[in-house]
Structures are given as structure tokens and as C-alpha cells.
Ligand binder design. Structure first.
Ligand code: ZN
Length: 290
């Protein structure tokens, strides 16, 4: 059986590579976070043209309505989990604080995750203190692993431990490359966008985070010609999750190898998914795996 598992994983990796090699464009993820407080700007973000990923703050006045609208508009949704920061700035509702006991911490995180529909991933709002602390990050990743939810480290601290803890818990994880709008003017945002595109073209992919500021939204509403010219595809965060980050421990532990297919479906497999899955089914039949 071990041989079969190894073989199935080899097929999965090969098929994934095939799907990747068929894509000629570099890939860019743009996450708009801090969604939920301002109705007009949150709605405007939900209506951005293309595969933008929206990260919504829990228990905000317009979070739920925006999440529903964004889902309707075909956007991917994340929870923007408020985490404690080194400046002790207030986190708002659903905040995850350092030195909270585990029960309260997990209860708060679960309430945050349950507050919004269609959540596929989580990134940290602030979090320059919490993401440096191993124990609370263990608790975060334990919960995300159980739910099959990915994590994007916003990297608000250079000492963040989030990425390595996520790996230990087999939580699919990505890191932010560029903040688009630390300076809120058109020229600065356009320059940051160009930086993200350059990274995507050099490394194959990049992750940028922006916010629902009028200037940022105005730039992003007109992004499509630039992406086309630069041959960069805008994709959802889940589409960048590396195969080795998928929860393979689950795969290795199950005797029913159809779990492999479930994993691909859960994590929004790359383009040509149907072909890839059809290929798996042929191979599974060959092996006598139902
Ligand atoms: Zn934020």
C-alpha cells in the first residue's frame, strides 16, 4: 500500500507540473484586506474586475454583506484576522491577543471564522506581535489545519514565525511580497504594482496586498490592460498554494486514495483541473482503487 501511495503522489505532482507548465503567464495575487467598515469602498472592492481576493474583518458593520456580494461577483474570500501588534493599537471585534489563554483564544478564532461565509483562507490584520509568538501561532494553525483553510502571512514583522509554524501544521501558506498602498497616491501605488508584476515575472508568482482606499481602487479598476501587456495573470490566493503545502499527512494516512481528489477540489486546483482529475481516475482504475 505504501508503494501505491507514493505512486499516487508522484502522479499528482506530475499532473500538477503539467498543468503549471501549460501556463505561460506569470501569476499575480492581489488581496484587498481591511474590508468591512466602509460600505461604499467595500462594495467597490467587491466589484473590482477580475480575480481579486478579498479579506474581510470579522464582526464589522458591512463585512457579511460585502462577503456575500463579493462571492456573487466571483471573488475569493478570506478572513482578515485581527492580531495583536507591537504598538498595542486596538484590534476591534474578534481580536486575537497575546497572553490570552488557549480556550479564549480558540473560541475567538472560531467565532471569527464562523462570522463570515465562503472563507477559504486567513491573513493577519496587524499582528506584528502575535505572528512572532510560537504558541498562539500553533493554536491558529491547529484550527486552520482542522478546517482545511490556508494562511497568507501579511508579514507585518520581519520576525514573523507564521510561515514556519504553518508548515509544521501542514497548513498551506503564502507570504506577502508587496504592500501596494503604504503611500496613498496614484504614482506610488502604480510603482508598487509594477514592483509586484516584476517579481511575478521573475519568480513566476507574487502576492500583493492593498486596501480599500479610493486611490488604490481607482488604480486596480484599470489594471487589466497592464496585466495583459505584461503577460501576467491575476489569480486567487488559493491558486498559488504549492502542492507540497497541501495537507499530505491526511493523504498518507488514509487508505481510500480518493482523498487525493478531495484535496485537489478543496484547494481550488489550477486550470485544466477536469483533465487532471480525469487522468487520476484512469490511473486509480488501473490500480483497482475505487
Ligand atoms: Zn489589516
Amino acid at each position: 500500500m505504501n508503494l501505491i501511495r507514493v505512486w499516487v503522489l508522484a502522479i499528482l505532482t506530475a499532473a500538477w507540473s503539467q498543468a503549471r507548465s501549460d501556463e505561460t503567464d506569470a501569476r499575480l495575487v492581489i488581496i484587498i484586506d481591511d474590508i468591512g467598515y466602509n460600505r461604499i469602498l467595500s462594495e467597490r472592492a467587491a466589484r473590482l474586475p477580475g480575480a481579486f481576493t478579498l479579506s474581510v474583518l470579522p464582526f464589522t458593520p458591512h463585512g457579511l454583506a460585502t462577503a456575500l456580494l463579493a462571492h456573487d461577483q466571483g471573488k475569493e474570500l478570506m478572513l482578515h484576522a485581527p492580531m495583536s501588534n507591537i504598538n498595542n493599537l486596538p484590534l476591534g471585534p474578534g481580536g486575537l491577543y497575546s497572553r490570552t489563554n488557549k480556550d479564549l483564544f480558540i473560541t475567538t478564532l472560531r467565532q471569527d471564522l464562523n462570522n463570515l461565509p465562503f472563507i477559504k483562507g486567513v491573513n493577519n490584520h496587524m499582528g506584528s506581535r502575535l505572528t512572532q509568538e510560537i504558541e498562539p501561532m500553533n493554536w491558529v494553525m491547529e484550527e486552520l489545519q482542522a478546517r482545511g483553510v490556508y494562511f497568507v502571512d501579511s508579514r507585518t514583522s520581519a520576525q514573523t514565525k507564521a510561515f514556519e509554524v504553518a508548515h509544521e501544521y501542514h497548513v498551506p501558506c503564502l507570504k506577502r511580497d508587496v504592500f501596494l498602498d503604504d503611500v496613498q497616491d496614484t504614482k506610488a501605488i502604480t510603482q508598487q504594482l509594477s514592483r509586484a508584476i516584476k517579481i511575478a515575472r521573475q519568480q513566476g508568482s507574487a502576492i500583493a496586498i492593498g486596501h480599500p482606499y479610493p486611490t488604490t481602487l481607482a488604480v486596480l479598476e484599470n489594471i487589466q490592460p497592464l496585466l495583459l501587456q505584461q503577460q501576467v495573470s491575476l489569480v486567487f490566493a488559493s491558486q498559488l498554494l504549492p502542492i507540497q503545502d497541501l495537507p499530505l499527512t491526511k493523504t498518507a494516512n488514509v487508505s481510500n486514495n480518493c482523498a487525493v481528489i478531495m484535496i485537489m477540489l478543496c484547494f481550488n486546483a489550477p486550470p485544466k483541473t477536469e483533465l487532471v482529475l480525469a487522468n487520476y481516475m484512469i490511473q486509480f482504475n488501473f490500480l483497482g482503487i475505487k
